[in-house]
Design a binder for this molecule. Structure first.
Ligand code: TNX
Length: 458
């Protein structure tokens, strides 16, 4: 099983689910619906308020199965376990007592570099739930596309969701085609996705990346920028086009965030904050000077404003590690991507940390150095590198699927697996759980049955 449950006691025989009517305790009806849908049967389901908030206890005997948990989340995870246990219409007799190692176990999908159909996002949720991954970080905006409808600012999608072409081959070769690309999600579609994910124990965490990675927004609203009037970008890489941090721009961002928080009930909102060059602020420093700041400090100031806004709405902000600075609201969660040292630094400043060091969790990097791998961004993060990852005593970790070089669902699946399954094992079962390679090998047939084709493990 992936991830490996904490305590498993196998006994002889198998249970053959039949038509017997299950006992479903009050509050567990949604879990019963989920079981019927993904398992084809409903075990007895009990919410007994006991134990870890995401844990569950499963008993499978010859004549039935019973799942007990403190919360609906625990039942959802128990259903994921049953999904992995059952084959050929029967389930082995077993007693399992299980709970997660880390509370935040996620995956990021970048839908800004390429638009992916909403059906694929639902399939992605199914696969996360199967691995007991409970956070789906949706990277919704970037230089190459704005993908969420904001009713107050329709140009963000009418202009910002479309680009005139895309990079061909590797960015270092500098070739750009003129094949238009675009797409965005309506708020209704996203609300539907949120409900679908919640029913499976997955929370969708939206990211709107500020104040860098905003070329698409500035293309739609040049008044947000520092004088340049860019097109939605057709190339990958760090862009110097950034928000101007004027009061109207700050208000714009808050209005956008209000709609985002209305669509996504998640207590967490990711404000981005990575890779924000200060060139434009240095060249036109009037706003920084008006605030009495060195232009290099403008990002920290801007981050503080948006963090406070999110907090005033009762939510907690998450930022990339570059946006962590002395004086940042300590409630803010740091997502450490440059390396683990950035996470330790943020931890020392009192922040909760999600460890996503690129060297271990960036699944857009090559997974093998052989000649047959599809073109990737750079780097090498082998399955063995993931096996050796210990996120430490932190809030959690995520597998990261940036999509510059992953333009299709099949490309994402290939890069995600088996590495994301291995990371799910680390996040739920803890680093170093036994027989991971063998378990991943066995796991491939279940993934294939769901239409997920990763890099094969021979
Ligand atoms: C860095 S990770 C970025 C992304 C890229 C990624 C590619 C981060 C916060 N910023 O914009 O897609 O590298 O690996």
């Amino acid at each position: 099983m992936i991830p490996l449950p904490r305590n498993v006691a196998r006994s002889d025989g198998r249970w053959h689910p039949g038509a017997a009517s299950p006992q479903v305790s009050r509050g567990a009806q949604d879990a019963a619906d989920l079981a019927r849908e993904v398992l084809g049967y409903v075990p007895d389901l009990a919410l007994d308020g006991a134990g870890d908030p995401e844990g569950y206890r499963l008993h499978v005997g010859h004549d039935g199965a019973e799942l007990r948990a403190a919360t609906v989340a625990g039942l959802q995870h128990g259903i994921a376990t049953l999904r992995q246990l059952g084959q050929d219409g029967s389930v082995p007799c077993v007693d399992i007592d299980d709970a997660p190692h880390l509370p935040w176990r996620g995956a990021l999908l970048d839908v800004a570099r390429w638009y992916f159909p909403i059906d694929y996002l639902r399939r992605f949720v199914d696969v996360l739930a199967l691995h007991k991954l409970n956070r789906f970080h949706l990277h919704l905006t970037d230089d190459q596309g704005w993908r969420i409808e904001i009713t107050r600012y329709p140009r963000l999608t009418s202009i910002g969701s479309r680009r005139a072409g895309s990079q061909v081959g590797h960015a270092r070769d500098g070739v750009i085609n003129d094949v238009p690309h675009g797409g965005y999600y309506t708020q209704d579609e996203l609300r539907g996705l949120v409900r679908y994910a919640a029913a499976r124990g997955v929370e969708i965490v939206p990211e709107i990346d500020f104040p860098g990675h905003t070329t698409a927004a500035i293309a739609a609203h040049p008044e947000l920028g520092n004088g340049a009037t860019p097109d939605v970008s057709r190339r990958w890489g760090v862009h110097t086009t950034v928000l101007n941090a004027q009061p109207q721009t700050e208000q714009f961002c808050k209005n956008v965030l209000d709609e985002v928080m209305d669509v996504f009930p998640s207590p967490w909102v990711h404000l981005g904050g990575d890779e924000c060059p200060t060139d434009e602020w240095v060249a036109a420093p009037h706003r920084a000077y008006e605030l009495g700041l060195d232009p290099a400090r403008l990002q920290a100031w801007f981050t503080d404003e948006l963090v406070a806004h999110v907090r005033s709405r009762g939510r907690t902000a998450i930022v990339w590690d570059e946006a962590v600075h002395a004086g940042l609201d300590p409630d803010t969660v740091a997502m450490a991507w440059r390396d683990a040292v950035q996470g330790e630094r943020a931890g020392d400043l009192g922040h909760r940390v999600i460890m996503t060091p690129q060297q271990r969790t960036y699944f857009d990097w090559y997974q093998d150095d052989g000649p047959d791998e599809p073109l990737a961004i750079h780097g090498l993060t082998t399955l063995a590198d993931v096996f050796g990852f210990d996120p430490g005593d932190v809030l959690g970790t995520q597998g990261m699927l940036w999509t510059e070089y992953l333009p299709t669902p099949a490309a994402v699946d290939y890069m995600a697996f088996p590495r994301l399954a291995a990371l799910a094992d680390i996040a739920w079962s803890g680093p170093g759980a036994p027989d991971l390679l063998d378990r991943l090998r066995d796991h491939q047939s279940l993934l294939a049955a769901l239409g997920v084709h990763g890099r094969p493990i021979p």
